[in-house]
Design a protein around this ligand. Structure first.
Ligand SMILES: [Cu+2]
Length: 184
């Protein structure tokens, strides 16, 4: 019996690193934007001209060893326009502010954070994009860290490209749309 137990323990010791790898799957979210308010939706729009109801969004988060690659795809939103986009800390709600501040790997003690030391695309996830003539776009970002589970909950699409200068860093204008993503 003792021999059997030690064999099992050895088998489990070999198996556990594999189990650990399997516990970090990609996070995949896809859906259509719906007008905010009323029922909770996967993806909500606050600006029907920029992000029409029925346009589509896909977010894929690929966790790796001490790094994360995040992809954003959009179809059918306003054509030939540059938007800002970031990972935020709270889920989308019926108002644009519900999604909270940007997720930061190292949190700025000063909030709202507009210090480029913290509000930058290495410490936050910036996914700015420019649509083509069809209103389609794709962007991605790879950061050298993993999300703290439960602290990154959405991707927000903003009015314009993200600023980088002190006092404005990380800002990108009004929040036009939001998609819920349970980042891990
Ligand atoms: Cu943002």
């Amino acid at each position: 019996m003792a021999v059997l137990m030690s064999v099992l323990a050895a088998a489990m010791a070999v198996a556990s690193p594999l189990t650990g790898a399997a516990a970090d799957p990609d996070v995949f979210v896809g859906g259509q934007f719906r007008a905010a308010g009323g029922a909770a939706h996967q993806a909500v729009t606050f600006d029907a001209k920029a992000v029409p109801s029925g346009s589509r969004v896909t977010v894929i988060s690929h966790p790796g060893d001490d790094r994360t690659r995040i992809e954003l795809r959009l179809t059918g939103i306003q054509a030939n326009r540059t938007f800002g986009a970031h990972v935020h800390t709270q889920p989308c709600g019926s108002t644009p502010e519900a999604s909270g501040p940007h997720y930061q790997n190292v949190k700025d003690p000063q909030q709202p954070s507009t210090d480029p030391k913290y509000a930058n695309p290495r410490n936050e996830v910036w996914l700015d994009f420019t649509t083509d003539a069809h209103g389609d776009a794709h962007s991605s970002s790879t950061v050298e860290w993993r999300f703290r589970p439960g602290e990154a909950r959405s991707v927000v699409i903003h009015d314009h490209a993200t600023a980088t200068d002190p006092g404005h860093a990380g800002t990108a204008g009004a929040r036009l749309a939001c998609v819920n993503v349970p980042f891990t």
